[in-house]
Structure formats: structure tokens, C-alpha cells
Design a binder for this molecule. Sequence first.
Ligand code: DC
Length: 241
Amino acid sequence: MSIPRESSRRPIVVIDGPAGAGKSSVAREVARRLGLPMLDTGALYRSVALAARRRGIAWDDEAALARLAEGLDVRFEPTADGGRRVLLEGDDVTEAIRTPEISDGASQVSALPGVRRALLDLQRDLGSRGCVAEGRDMGTVVFPDADVKFFLTADLATRARRRRDQLEADGRAAPPLEELEASIARRDERDANRAVAPLRPAPDAIVLDTSRAGFEEVVQQVMAHIAQCCPGLVGVSDAGA
Ligand code: DC
């Protein structure tokens, strides 16, 4: 896992882990510090679930979902405030793909091998110019030769609390904590036990438990590991910035 300086291949950092472990916010910040685009692969599965719902395709109709995923027109567009919009067929679905219903749909469609296969090339293509890729199987399947691999995890109660805080920060009504825990546990179970690309750390991934670490601390740990194994990737000023 070291990046040859003369390599012409663009650097790829992957961050996998279960829902609520802090992957998205950490990946976004690490991408910013490294000057690389962030690739949110969960947004692709969410977009498949939403597109299916809009077209009346059931979330277990593998053949139709695989066709849908193959022709999926999803784009990520930076916003003026440093954020990012997700466009599905040109329509801004940034909010629409984050509802609890679509979260559940994304978990269902992502268990289908045909859907995963159909999204493989799209993910590699989107990451081909270098990226910080965030998902469940980035290190094991999509980018097995990534320069650095992280697997972020946290206990269930912490992840449910973070999800609630996130919903509240977004101005959305949060279900009771026990309900959030149950729904995260259900998704964990499905994500970890599916036949194809189950959620698990790559053998060469650095596993970080974020239960008792603050956001900045986790970002620092990730940056420190990157600085150690890929010094070419991190400028001196980036390491703690
Ligand atoms: O990271 P997220 O919550 O946005 O992901 C939505 C769903 O998609 C989640 O249930 C797991 C699945 N997923 C996946 O199977 N593989 C990925 N690389 C990313 C997400």
C-alpha cells in the first residue's frame, strides 16, 4: 500500500464501514485536505432505489434494476458553498435520496449481484482521476489496488445517536433512538450477510473504531496514516490542516 512517486495513476484512498461510522464526513474532509474529489458510492445505490421507485420497479426485481443501474445517469456537482449536489437524470435528488424509505430501498437493491455488477464500471470510471471513495466494498471489490484503505466502525448506540443528530441538523424529524438502532442493525445485518461484496474490512485495511473519537481526531488519524504510507500524497501543510 505505498504509492510510487513516479506512478501516473491517480491516487485512490478508500474508506469503508457501516452506516453511521462517520465515513461520509471524514471522507469529505480528507478529500478536501488532499485536494481529491470524493466519491460517495452509497449515493449511487440510493439513486438506483429512487429511480426504481419513480418508475414503479420493485426493489427485488433484479433484472429490471440491473438494467436501470447500467444506464444510470447520475452526476455529482459541486455547490457554491463547498457542498455537492446529486443529479439523477438532471434532477437534483440530494435530499430525496436521504429519506429513511430510500435508505432501506438502497440497502435492498445493493444486495442484488446484478445491481452491484452494473455499478462497478461506473464507480471505477468516476474514481479514475483519483478520489477518496467511500462505501462498503471499495477496498475489497471496487478498488482492490487502492493506495490506502480504511475501515471505520463504531458501536451501534453511537451510530444511532449520530444518525439522529444528522437528521436533526438537516431539519428533519428523527425517530426515537431505539427505532434508529433497530433500523441500522437491520441494514448492518443485510449489508454484512449478503452473498456478494458483504460489508467487511479488506485484509489490508486500517481499522479505526470511531466510537470514542471526535470528528477532528478521526480525520487526524486518517491523515497521519496516509502521511506515513503515502508521503507523496500529503503536503506538510495538509497533515494537520
Ligand atoms: O453509505 P450509504 O448509507 O449512503 O449507503 C446506502 C446503502 O447502499 C447501504 O445500505 C449500503 C449500500 N452500499 C453498498 O452496498 N456498497 C457501497 N459501496 C455503498 C453503499
